[in-house]
Design a protein. Structure first.
Length: 135
């Protein structure tokens, strides 16, 4: 698994964390050394939860480059030092409880977030039609 999509939240008790209304967010992509593609929103690095049907693939010609392809065909590129910028409607986790699962074994979402080890709460971008690439 290289990324999270909205459906992953439905199979985990973590779906209750994204309860606020979506709002326009400006973000830039970054490829981390651990292979996780993150977004930086207002200076804060977060793990994105992409719209269903999104793919994230490592570029076979440049292993430090990742390509995020949204269901409608929009492509975003992430590199370690820079990445595409975009605006899209998103929801940052707004629950006051920790973003963990109380189940054993841990869910896919909890495992992925633990592997990527980003301290800030994740952000959900559920609607691919709201993406506007600003590069």
């Amino acid at each position: 698994m290289s990324h999270l999509v909205e459906t992953d939240l439905r199979t985990s008790p973590t779906d209750r964390h994204f309860t606020g209304p979506p709002s326009p967010l400006h973000a830039s992509l970054v490829a981390r050394r651990d292979g996780c593609v993150a977004v930086v929103v207002d200076g804060v690095t977060r793990i994105p939860v992409w719209p269903d049907g999104t793919t994230v693939e490592q570029d076979v010609d440049d292993l430090q480059r990742y390509i995020v392809t949204l269901p409608g065909g929009t492509e975003l590129v992430a590199r370690p030092t820079d990445g595409d910028e975009f605006t899209a409607d998103g929801v940052v986790v707004d629950a006051t409880e920790p973003f963990t699962d109380p189940i054993d074994p841990p869910s896919l979402v909890t495992t992925f977030l633990g592997f990527c080890a980003v301290d800030a709460a994740p952000v959900l971008f559920a609607d691919e039609t709201t993406f506007s690439v600003t590069r």
